[in-house]
Ligand binder design. Structure first.
Ligand SMILES: C[S@@+](CC[C@H](N)C(=O)[O-])C[C@H]1O[C@@H](n2cnc3c(N)ncnc32)[C@H](O)[C@@H]1O
Length: 274
């Protein structure tokens, strides 16, 4: 599938052709897709696993039929996180070498792979519904305008209790950081919140990934952390805005509906309240 290359206003450093070119030179390995930080993969997956388990213990949990891995690289998240929990996993990834490596990387579980879409997220138009749409370390390659349009398309492609999980680095400097090498940006937390609102997405649970070694930020910038957010369709009410969550068996920090403060929950070594 062709990538229609467009550069829309703002995010001046984002150029789809340039980021595609950057990734074309990267070897199809875990270390490659994690920018030389392959050693954080286990910690990352462990944290995501806990988060996913909490989602399954919501009152109205997503089903485990079909997940979508967006900006999937070689299928690291598909293989290590999604395939064990879902009947079928589909993939969106524009890099030809990466997408051609996925089946081999996934190995014995290849039969669980659904359609692999070789296309950028800015062009991707879902043709089916998903229970979980997992989006990790890729949104920095999209302009704000394309990101909003993409999230709206994902929102409309959710099954009834479906969720979008966004795991992205955010700057704590309060300023957007640009990386001219791979033509990406690292947004601030506030920018993501504002974007979710524009998409009519309600944030229902959030955790911060801890235990990443200093400097291990896969995209750009030194002063960043990785946040995990899950969102569903629906305009948030002001007082409850970002605090709706159900109790969970224990490993992640939760906001409880209607509370002003995070309610005591168990802390795992990989999470803490944001
Ligand atoms: C840091 S890697 C993360 C890969 C995977 N999410 C993971 O965590 O293992 C970024 C991935 O985003 C992909 N990518 C870059 N620009 C993209 C775009 N516009 N649309 C979709 N994917 C893109 C790259 O090809 C690469 O596979």
């Amino acid at each position: 599938m062709n990538m229609n290359i467009s550069n829309k206003k703002n995010d001046g450093s984002i150029n789809y052709e340039k980021s595609l070119q950057y990734w074309a030179d990267i070897p199809p390995t875990v270390d490659g897709v994690l920018g030389g930080f392959g050693f954080i993969s286990n910690i990352d997956i462990e944290g995501s696993e806990l988060f996913l388990k909490c989602l399954f213990s919501l009152d109205n949990p997503p089903l485990r039929n079909t997940a979508l891995d967006c900006g999937a690289g070689i299928g690291r998240i598909t293989k290590l996180l999604l395939i064990p929990h879902f009947e079928r996993v589909e993939i969106v990834e524009p890099n030809e070498t990466f997408i051609n490596s996925i089946k081999e990387f996934v190995g014995e579980h290849e039969s669980k792979l659904g359609t692999l879409y070789k296309v950028g997220l800015q062009e991707f138009k879902p043709i089916r519904k998903y229970d979980v749409i997992w989006v990790q370390w890729v949104l920095g390659y999209l302009t704000d305008e394309d990101l909003i349009a993409y999230l709206i398309r994902c929102r409309d492609a959710l099954e009834e209790d479906g969720v979008i999980v966004v795991k992205e680095n955010v700057t704590s400097s309060g300023k957007i950081e640009k990386d001219h090498t791979d033509s990406s940006v690292t947004r601030t937390f506030k920018q993501y919140i504002s974007i979710f609102k524009k998409c009519d997405l309600k944030r229902i649970k959030q955790c911060k990934q801890a235990n990443f070694p200093n400097g291990a930020t896969v995209t750009t910038g030194e002063d960043t952390c990785s946040m995990l957010t899950v969102a569903r369709r629906g305009t948030p009410r002001k007082s409850l805005e970002w605090r709706t969550a159900a109790a969970c068996d224990g490993d992640a920090a939760l906001w409880i509906q209607g509370s002003d403060r995070p309610v005591k929950g168990a802390f795992s070594r990989n999470f803490h309240y944001t």
